[in-house]
Design a protein around this ligand. Structure first.
Ligand code: 26Q
Length: 822
């Protein structure tokens, strides 16, 4: 007989209460007197994790036995948020667990608040990876997430005197009940060194990468439970560890202390998440992180492949590797290196295998965000990879010359190595050449990739480019974040919508039911009141519960145009100042989001919002007609509080620059109406919900291009629009910052002379559309109908749909269903 529960037939008999108590006493060594709330969180999470363990083991065992084609999702970021509530919902155990805990005198809602967000990502791209993990498990796909276990996640944001200040996010300070250390899973990752040509007696040769400085990668695994299925997938995160102490050369020379201290150098690799998105600096440590991650992951993938296979030609039939942006693209030369130098395959065969294994998702067209590595830096850290990249490029350009064009200008655009005084490795070009599929994340974005960013690549590989529009998981973003709305929907159409979001369509049948609409509004009011309490606690601002909750939460970037939103706020403020008795629809304008620590212009927008808030919120003329709220430290957890309480979702990027957006989907799924430009997935949201249920304004993507081509002069807009002029003059004359004069001068100069993101050009269109929003909000019955239509028609934006498309169009992987049992 086996001692393992996994081998036993009978269902598990552990009760959550028992396991909770066991962990409190035996794992945490606490009693009635010494137990804290945090202990309760930790012990409960361990108990919930225990309930996943058999399924987790069974899932991995089943994948091993059936040996289906697997997909590996490689991402430098996973913005997971909290895991406890999500695990309970996916295990279909939430209610039962809450009741059992209640009997023991514990409150689940309160316990949940002790979990620290797992914030291993910046924004959209990292959260997308987390949503996709949830869907891959729910769809029962043999899928594996790989990432880095950063010791410090995205920084904690404080606001001091209106300015953003960053603090380190040491998320592991109280331990992490979710991940388990795989003590025996360690790989060696090489850095630096040099390439040696080794010649055999018969004249054949190969290249060896020698004299390297090595680091160990140790595995930590996080369970990823699917919703109401037995599959529990795995997210494997690597942490850097120094190689064994004996290997330090200093040690041999007798400098023991120096040798031990040097351990720190290696271990800094997984220390901290880079906090900038959409702006790439060529930092050495970042490249180290990328290669560290890729090397450990490929070793792990190949180890698993070799368990069942000895023919490399089977590799692309059994393995698909999805690259989340260019961040893990060094995997392409790394697989080539392994195949050629270690497995001794010829170039053609190695290239054939490599280019049928990888697929690449592009997430941005913002030029500052396209990754390029200085060739010297790249070659110093990865000398053999640089040779391989050069050879990939040489063969690629030869091919282009033969079959496409020999025009120097065309070749220079296509080249993986940029020419000029400073040669750089262009990671996007390498990604396109080295993969079989390149996808954009919304229709417009894919169109722009094909026609504007990579037109020649698209001509060379016409079938390579495709679109998979992003999606969000309905488990976290509706079912968990908005329990009241979920209950109302389920009371009408049952619960299937949680795994098949297209079913929400059925609630259209209740649009004309006045009692249903009333309940719909009551749900929104309930959520609003929770947010009002939070705002009162955090910012000490009293918010009018009947005001429009007008919300813009996302990373701060000039292209996202939080500044345009502020100009609207000041415009409303001026209307009130002109006529304090004015009747207007009350509004609460809420902002949240982090700016990259070195992004001065974005940080000044945060300062401006807080400055305007100080004036507006304390002006007796304004009263409760207008409030401005900046909520600090926006995070997944805060999003879960804000989004369900919102009426209006601000998606106002300059057209052509927001690849997709996913916040836009979360808001619409929770019954907020969108005010937005024809950008990213907004276009597809409009298509789905109907143009009468969304507020669209501003220049189209092509119009932005035209405007700039003919010479955009923002000053003209300023001079011809008195309302705009007045707003800008107020900022310029320190109206909101009398104690710090001049701090917005750079911002104003930028707007007046360049206005790269067309804030002035879209100002009037935005104001007019906001006025329409206010008018329509007055008619609450009609507004409620629009809100219901938004939710009813949001099905397309489920990450289940997105992941199924990846599975069919790119990965060619099929579900592995687990039989019943535990
Ligand atoms: C790269 C190199 C060095 C340091 C940092 C980076 C880096 C890190 C993160 C570059 C970009 C990012 C993140 C990009 C991102 O979040 N893009 C968003 O992706 C979403 C999911 O597809 C889209 O919905 C958003 O439109 C897009 O902005």
């Amino acid at each position: 007989g086996s001692i393992f529960f996994t081998d036993k037939e009978e269902p598990e008999s552990f009760s959550i209460s028992n396991q909770f108590a066991e962990h409190l006493e035996f794992t945490l060594v606490k009693d009635r007197i010494t137990v804290t709330k945090d202990d309760a969180y930790y012990a409960l999470s361990l108990a919930v994790r225990d309930r996943m363990v058999r399924r987790w083991l069974r899932t991995q065992r089943e994948y091993h036995i059936k040996d289906p084609k697997r997909v590996y999702y490689l991402s430098l970021e996973y913005l997971m948020g909290r895991l406890l509530g999500n695990a309970l919902i996916n295990l279909d155990y939430y209610e039962e667990c809450r009741e059992l805990l209640k009997k023991d005198g514990y409150n689940l809602e309160e316990i949940k608040e002790y979990e620290h967000d797992m914030g291993l990502g910046n924004g959209g791209l990292g959260r997308l990876a987390a949503c996709y993990l949830d869907s891959m498990a729910t769809l029962q796909l043999p899928a594996f997430g790989y990432g880095i276990r950063y010791e410090y996640g995205i920084f904690a944001q404080e606001i001091e005197n209106g300015y953003q200040v960053e603090y380190a996010d040491y998320w592991l300070k109280n331990g992490n009940p979710w991940d388990i250390l795989r003590r025996s899973l360690q790989y060696r990752v090489k850095f630096y060194g040099r390439v040696e040509k080794k010649v055999y007696p018969d004249g054949t040769y190969y290249f060896d990468w020698v004299d390297t400085d090595d680091v160990l990668a140790v595995a930590y695994d996080v369970p990823v439970p699917g919703y109401k299925v037995k599959n529990v997938n795995n997210l494997r995160l690597w942490q850097a560890k120094a190689v064994s102490d004996f290997e330090f050369s200093e040690f041999n020379r007798g400098d023991y202390v120096e040798a031990v201290a040097k351990k720190n150098d290696s271990e800094t690799i997984s220390k901290v998440l880079y906090p900038n998105d959409t702006y790439v600096e060529g930092k050495f440590l970042r490249l180290k992180q990328q290669y560290f991650f890729v090397s450990a992951t490929l070793q792990d993938i190949i180890r698993k492949f070799k368990i069942n296979h000895d023919n490399w030609e089977d590799f692309p039939e059994k393995v698909c590797i999805q690259l989340n942006d260019t961040h893990p693209v060094v995997a392409i030369p790394e697989l080539m290196r392994i195949l050629i130098d270690q497995e001794r395959l010829g170039w053609e065969k190695a290239w054939y295998i490599t280019t049928r294994t990888f697929a690449y998702t592009n997430h941005t067209v913002v030029p500052e965000a396209l990754e390029e590595w200085n060739e010297k830096i790249f070659g110093e850290l990865l000398p053999r990879h640089l040779q391989i990249v050069y050879e990939i490029n040489r063969r690629f350009l030869e091919d282009v010359k033969k079959n496409y064009s020999a025009d120097e200008a065309v070749l220079e655009k296509l080249s993986i190595i940029s020419s000029g005084p400073e040669k750089r490795v262009r990671m996007a070009n390498l990604a396109i050449v080295g993969t079989f599929a390149v996808n954009g994340v919304a229709e417009l974005h894919t169109h722009i990739l094909k026609t504007r960013i990579f037109p020649d690549f698209n001509k060379i590989y016409p079938k390579k480019f495709l679109c998979v529009t992003n999606g969000i998981t309905p488990r976290r973003w509706i079912r968990a974040a908005n329990p009241e709305l979920s209950k109302l929907i389920t009371s009408k159409i049952g619960e299937e919508w949680v795994r098949d979001l297209s079913q929400l369509k059925q609630i259209e049948n209740f649009v004309d039911d006045a009692a249903f609409r009333k309940k719909w509004r009551e749900v929104k009011m309930h959520n609003r009141r929770l947010l009002i309490d939070y705002i009162k606690n955090e910012n000490n601002i009293d918010v009018n519960p009947d005001s429009i909750f007008d919300v813009q939460v996302k990373r701060f970037h000039e292209y996202k145009r939080q500044l345009l939103n502020v100009l609207h706020v000041i415009t409303l403020y001026n209307r009130i100042k002109d006529n304090p008795k004015i009747k207007m629809v009350p509004r609460t304008v809420i902002f949240g989001g982090k700016a990259a620590p070195a992004y001065y212009a974005a940080k000044m927008v945060i300062k401006l919002i807080n400055s305007v808030a100080d004036v507006v919120n304390n002006d007796p003329d304004v009263g409760d007609k207008l409030k401005v709220v900046f909520l600090k430290n926006y995070s997944v957890t805060l999003a879960e509080k804000i989004i369900p309480a919102s009426d209006l979702s601000e998606q106002i990027s300059v057209a052509g620059l927001e690849a997709s957006g996913t916040g836009n989907m979360k808001f619409a799924a929770n019954g907020a109406l969108t005010i937005g430009t024809m950008d990213g997935a907004n276009i597809e949201i409009r298509e789905e919900v109907g143009e009468e249920n969304i507020f669209i304004f501003g220049l189209l993507a092509e119009e932005v291009v035209e405007l700039k081509a003919k010479g955009y002069n923002p000053r003209k807009y300023y001079e011809s629009n008195p309302s705009l002029k007045r707003v800008i003059d107020m900022i310029a004359s320190n109206y909101f910052n009398p104690k710090e004069p001049g701090i917005f001068n750079d911002m104003i100069n930028g707007l007046m002379n360049v206005d790269y993101y067309c804030v002035f050009a879209d100002y009037q269109s935005y104001i007019d559309t906001q006025d329409k929003v206010a008018q329509e909000f007055l008619n609450q019955e009609e507004w409620t109908k629009k809100s219901i239509y938004n939710v009813a028609r949001i099905g397309k934006f489920s990450s289940d749909r997105a992941v199924s498309e990846y599975a069919k169009k790119i990965w060619n992987v099929k579900p592995v269903k687990l039989n019943n049992g535990n």
